[in-house]
Design a protein around this ligand. Structure first.
Ligand code: FAD
Length: 403
């Protein structure tokens, strides 16, 4: 029975049927629908069949990068030139959600490369830097990483200790970074460091083969196992003034990049919840106990309804947030609320899906455990639930509760 069920589910799972209960697709333009279905088709063909094995081994499926490049999907509402594909914020979010529906490690690779590294260059780089770096990154020929967090400064990365000292036409960077995704194997790492002179945070484009840069893979993670996160040592790492992000003048500029990517994390949460709900519904219809499909059980139906309610609310959140970005109206705290709400709800949806699947819920074969484990990272990165709450709470009340 289980073998048959596994085979049937392997065929049916991930078709995202019944996951658009409020017919959100009617709100999408032709171009947005094209991005959605292109990514969906790609994910089902290229990611879904192979990802569990990679996840189990803790390896990244490098062979999918050239295939992703062929899709020409790199772009965003503000990333429209230099070979990037012009698209709305909603279009960009749909790509993220569809990648995450298949696998959040792949979506994180995408988010770090496009949302953090390319956007840092796009938003904080000079025209020359944008023209030099963005085309090769849009073609996925060169891959980026983003190094802000340090071993002693995560939530308070504003207090980062990595130093940058100007010596003639060069900068000398010293310090430690922890967690950056892609950083073990990528080409360019955006490193944030404090200028010893004016004490402000500045950004630098460091090439991975710089002799002052070394990155060691963080092993034994049980979330986002395909993402190669790194412990980084910057020791007398010399970069030219041309490699300094010319418009990054303080931590406030870094925060502008992070506001955009919080929106991306919210979309990624929607992708995880979509997968989990879809799998749980399919499983409940097929799994027979006490002579009936478990879907005919009142308690299972209640769980499915709760999951669908949360998923639908999340979809409304991100769609509206995306439109606010496209209209130039999104505020930082709106992005924080979406990140907070969608990640908390998506983790809950994944946990419920795991319950619906019983013992099979903890195997990789049925995917939901991978989504649940990966949601733990989405809860944390780009600002934890607690930090988002403090940011939103300060805005609501006018009182800062940061201690
Ligand atoms: C898988 C993964 C990928 C990542 N990728 C990147 C990357 O590409 N680049 C990068 O620069 N960083 C990256 N990060 C780092 C990430 O942004 C940090 O992990 C995150 O900001 C939290 O920092 P921390 O882990 O040091 O936790 P801490 O800051 O030590 O927090 C620990 C706990 O304390 C809580 N806490 C902290 N301060 C307060 C307070 N004032 N009030 C109440 N509660 C508080 C937190 O909410 C959390 O629950 C990644 C992290 C992970 C796990």
């Amino acid at each position: 029975m289980t073998d048959q069920l596994t085979a049937e589910l392997a065929r049916d799972i991930g078709k995202a049927r019944g996951t658009d209960y409020f017919v959100m697709k009617d709100q999408l333009s032709e171009d947005e629908l094209d991005l959605l279905y292109t990514t969906r088709t790609f994910g089902e063909a290229e990611i879904q069949p192979v990802i569990n094995d990679y996840w189990e081994r803790g390896e990244f499926p490098f062979e999918i990068i050239p295939k992703m490049a062929e899709l020409n999907l790199i772009g965003d509402w503000n990333l429209r030139d230099f070979g990037c594909r012009p698209m709305t914020a909603v279009g960009s979010g749909l790509i993220v959600a569809e990648l995450a529906r298949n696998d959040t490690s792949i979506q994180t690779f995408w988010g770090v490369h496009m949302g953090l590294a390319m956007q840092s260059i796009n938003m904080l780089g000079s025209e020359e830097q944008r023209a030099h770096y963005l085309p090769q990154m849009a073609r996925l020929e060169k891959i980026g990483a983003f190094a802000l967090t340090e071993p002693n400064h995560g939530s308070d990365s504003v207090s980062l200790e990595t130093t940058a000292e100007r010596q003639g036409g060069e900068w000398v960077i010293n310090g430690l970074k922890r967690w950056p995704g892609n950083a073990v194997w990528c080409d360019y790492i955006i490193v944030f460091a404090r200028d010893v002179d004016d004490k402000q945070v500045k950004g630098f484009i460091v090439e991975r083969d710089n002799p002052g840069y070394s990155a060691t893979k963080i092993e034994r993670k049980v979330s986002l196992r395909c993402v190669q996160n790194a412990d980084i040592v910057l020791k007398d790492c010399r970069v030219s003034e041309e490699a300094r992000l010319q418009k990054c003048r303080s931590f406030m500029d870094v925060a502008k990049v992070l506001a955009g990517t919080r929106n991306g994390v919210a979309w990624a949460a929607v992708g995880n919840a979509t997968a989990a709900y879809d799998i749980a519904l399919t499983y409940a219809e097929r799994r027979v106990q006490f002579g009936k499909p478990i879907a005919s059980n009142q308690m299972i139906q209640r769980i499915l309804v709760e999951m669908l309610g949360d998923l639908t609310a999340m979809q409304l959140y991100v769609l509206r947030l995306g439109r606010l970005i496209d209209e130039g109206k999104m505020t930082d705290t709106q992005a924080s609320l979406a990140k907070y709400y969608c990640t908390v709800k998506a983790r809950d949806v994944c946990r419920k899906a795991r319950d619906v699947l019983g013992g099979n819920g903890i195997t990789l074969d049925f995917h939901v455990m991978r989504h649940l484990c990966d949601m733990e990272a989405l809860i944390t990165y780009e600002g934890t639930v607690e930090i988002q709450s403090l940011i939103i709470g300060r805005h609501l009340t006018g009182h800062s509760a940061f201690v």
